[in-house]
Design a protein. Structure first.
Length: 208
């Protein structure tokens, strides 16, 4: 059976692969994340990577972690390199912690969770934000085609557990309100709509 940690590595690798195709001209393009351009999205993704890595390592070291660990990271002149450093950090942190029997504090939720649950949280965040980047670049179909069925199934399982409702409309909510799935039975499309994404979204910058 494929572990959540192996699936998490695949999700992180898939996102990193599409981020490597980003060029400076793309950074001011709008993304599926309302109000965010691509630069803001990548800074957020890198902050989340570094934050989850810090949270896992703090648990290993029996030290504290706070919200500052999850702050967006400036991209500098090499966005893909900065993002890759965060991706490597979080994958390494989970590898170091495999078998950890203490819960991991996630300060943004004000609660602690088992390591496998935390890996699932980061997996779905990474998987969907990878699609956000790909959609911004117009390569979302290729991105989706590169996701193996086990990874999509794992992402959908987590997405189905994310609460919907008014809290998703609050400033800073992790995901927008869920959208109707429509007639599609595609598990990846269902994952996207559950997390407030329109699978048919297209960046205005690509159609001008």
């Amino acid at each position: 059976m494929t572990t959540i940690y192996a699936l998490h590595r695949r999700a992180t690798a898939s996102a990193a692969l599409v981020v490597r195709t980003v060029q400076p001209v793309h950074l001011d393009h709008p993304t599926p994340c309302a109000g965010w351009d691509l630069r803001t999205l990548l800074e957020h993704m890198t902050g989340e990577d570094q934050g989850f890595a810090a949270a896992v390592r703090a648990t290993l070291a029996r030290t504290d972690v706070d919200d500052a660990a999850f702050a967006p990271r400036p991209l500098g002149a090499a966005p893909a390199t900065v993002h890759a450093a965060g991706a490597d950090a979080v994958v390494s942190a989970f590898a170091e912690a495999t078998g950890l029997d203490r819960p991991v504090l996630l300060p943004q939720f004000g609660n602690s969770f088992p390591l496998e649950t935390v890996a699932g949280f980061h997996l779905i965040d990474t998987l969907v934000h990878g699609w956000d980047v790909a959609a911004t670049l117009g390569t979302q179909n290729a991105y989706a085609a590169g996701l193996d069925p086990d990874l999509v199934a794992a992402g959908l399982a987590v997405a189905e557990q994310v609460p919907d409702g008014p809290a998703r409309e609050a400033p800073g909510a992790a995901f927008a309100p869920a959208l109707p799935t429509g007639a599609s039975t595609d598990p990846w499309h269902r994952t996207l709509t559950l997390l407030g994404r329109n699978p048919a979204w297209t960046s205005d910058a690509l159609v001008r």
